[in-house]
Design a protein around this ligand. Structure first.
Ligand code: CP
Ligand code: NVA
Length: 335
């Protein structure tokens, strides 16, 4: 019997496989209800704080719309808008927000801040991204892979390419390991998952039967893969002066039409947590194009805009999975 009431969710390994599967099922059910025009006021009378120390489009929107859909009230506390971190410690912020809100979403840099909030607030805290983990992203990613596969997750393979030392890869890798998937990671030395993340994934894989691969050979890694996944090469909070060395290091891991074909799978799908540098439609994309002559970075526009790309399904599923997470942790009838 799954009972997530009152629980925080800071990293993927906070859930066991049964709990993780439960949230995916609940998200699919809530999605169906929303599409049918029905809803459950599971958060009626509840207030949710959205504490963002970094910018966001998807995560903020998903938490706001999900809270409203469930009959609750979201309060957005954006970067630089509160005393957090500058004039007030994380522990003090936690105790203040915990007196007023029923749940707290947190996006920031140090994962220790998410842990302090969860330890001191007295209400559930959900990690909306730290430098180390992005666990609400992986919930959406696994639901999206389930949606786009006719096989169960433990018969599905996904290959993450690029900056594998980042939050998105850590969460995809550990969530995939938890759920028994075939997870391949293709990255150069220096941008691999941390030893702690790789070890945690290995422990989960031993229990679930997951198959994990770590290589610097992108071509071998994608062989037979159902899904190719990439993320930005420079994450929020990293020094923009690192762009050029990161591009030089990661260009061999760009997802392009050739790499998609090398999977040998005509039905291979492309995934990205977004935002993505696939064209020159952004300030950063244009500046890099002027400096380096590159039209795209981690994924070509051809792949991003192709029928194989399921990135906007992934983005939509942020809403349904975050809604399931809040319903299960804030409402006893969310189960
Ligand atoms: N994928 C994701 O977390 O997007 P945002 O940064 O827009 O929230
Ligand atoms: N790795 C990226 C994910 C953005 C959703 C970052 O941290 O900026």
């Amino acid at each position: 019997m799954v009972d997530l009431y009152g629980r925080s969710y800071l990293k993927d390994t906070d859930l066991n496989a049964e709990e993780y599967g439960f949230l995916l099922d609940l998200a699919a059910a809530l999605r169906q209800e929303k599409r049918a025009g029905a809803g459950r006021p599971l958060l009626a009378g509840k207030n949710v704080a959205l504490l963002f120390a970094k910018t966001s489009t998807r995560t903020r929107s998903a938490f706001e719309v999900a809270t409203s859909d469930l009959g609750g009230h979201p309060t957005y506390l954006g970067p630089g808008e509160t005393q957090f971190g500058v004039k007030e410690s994380t522990a003090d912020t936690a105790r203040v927000l915990g007196r007023m809100f029923d749940g707290i979403e947190f996006r920031g840099s140090a994962h220790a801040d998410a842990e302090t909030l969860a330890a001191r607030a007295g209400v559930p805290v959900w990690n909306g991204l730290t430098d180390q983990w992005h666990p609400t992203q992986s919930l959406s990613d696994l639901l999206t892979m389930r949606d786009h596969s006719d096989r169960p997750l433990d018969e599905v393979s996904v290959c993450f390419l690029g900056d594998a030392s980042n939050n998105t890869c850590a969460s995809l890798l550990t969530a995939g390991a938890l759920m028994g998937m075939d997870v391949r990671v293709a990255a150069p030395l220096g941008r691999r998952p941390t030893a702690a993340v790789w070890q945690a994934a290995g422990v989960l894989a031993a229990a679930s039967g997951a198959h994990l691969t770590l290589t610097d050979d992108a071509h071998a890694a994608v062989d037979g893969a159902d899904f190719l996944y990439t993320d930005v090469w420079l994450s929020m909070g990293e020094d923009p002066a690192l762009w050029d060395e990161r591009i030089d290091l990661l260009l061999p891991f760009q997802v392009n039409a050739k790499l998609m074909a090398e999977t040998g799978r005509p039905d291979v799908k492309f995934m990205h947590c977004l935002p993505a540098f696939h064209d020159t439609g952004t300030e950063i994309g244009r500046a890099i194009h002027e400096r380096r002559g590159l039209e795209a970075l981690e994924v070509t526009d051809e792949v991003f805009e192709s029928d194989a790309s399921i990135v906007f399904d992934q983005a939509e599923n942020r809403l349904h999975t975050i809604k399931a997470l809040m319903a299960a942790t804030l409402s006893r009838s969310g189960h």
